[in-house]
Every structure is written in C-alpha cells, then in structure tokens.
Design a protein. Structure first.
Length: 55
C-alpha cells in the first residue's frame, strides 16, 4: 500500500517496454516475419538503453 504512489524508475520502464516488445515479437513471429523482425530490432534498442543505464 505504501508503494501505491511510487513512480517507476527509468530502468523499470525500459524493462517493461522490453518485455512488451518481446511478447509482441513472439506473437508476430508466426504471422508476419517482417513485422516480428522490426519488433526484435526495437527490443534490441531498448536493451542497449538498459545497458547504458547500468554502466
């Protein structure tokens, strides 16, 4: 209850975005390979941002 108004850190936001993109990639991988590859590229960009924050 005390964490109700706590804002997410930039790292947490990027991690959530990364997980969302990977889920979309997985879903699209059986339907449209080109769009799935685009989602994977976006996920890799988010991963690079997360690595930059960790350094």
């Amino acid at each position: 209850m005390f964490g109700l108004f706590k804002k997410k850190s930039e790292k947490e936001k990027l991690n959530d975005q990364y997980k969302k993109l990977l889920a979309e990639y997985h879903k699209l991988s059986t339907i449209d390979r080109k769009k799935a590859d685009q989602k994977m590229a976006e996920a890799e960009e988010v991963a690079k941002k997360m690595d930059a924050i960790n350094e």
